[in-house]
Design a protein around this ligand. Sequence first.
Ligand code: MAN
Length: 191
Amino acid sequence: MLAPRKTDGTEPAAVTAARDALTAAQSEETKVKKHLEQLEEDLAADMGPSGVFRSLKGACISREFGEYKYELCFMEKATQISRKDNSKTSLGTFSRIDVADETSKNDAAGVFASSWEESHEEPLSGMALGYDNGQQCWNGPKRSVGVELYCSAENEIRNVVEAEKCVYRMEVGTPAACGREKRDGTARDEL
Ligand code: MAN
């Protein structure tokens, strides 16, 4: 394709320029291909019904409860941070979205439905995010979190409990959970 180098080591400037342009184009192509692969991987990942969680990926929210601050990064990871010394404990990495079927969704959607929660205006949506494979618990399982979602104008952590040793449950509000509440006239379909 390109003219061969001259034996005296020089080549026409146009050839050098063309070769440089080719190298630059090839490296750009590699970069674009990598980006495309990443986008395809993201697209293939389960991001919930109609992909509602896609735009949340990487957004983080946190809140203090007792001696810890809990941080949740949507579709990424959950962390427990000591308020005393700032040390971080992994509670898990995002592994799945659970969507309750119609029947259990309606059960889950009732206020008080999850029994451990306090009374709240916004019912749970029946959608939950699973985070697992967190830091090993001494004499117990690897830490994990079940994140139960309800509809809220803001991304927010409403509650965190350690249901069993090293098994955590969070109630988290997000606009991504709106429009799936029990349709009994009290839940809002939209914001
Ligand atoms: C830390 C925290 C607690 C957990 C214990 C288990 O203190 O992660 O939430 O119960 O470890 O040893």
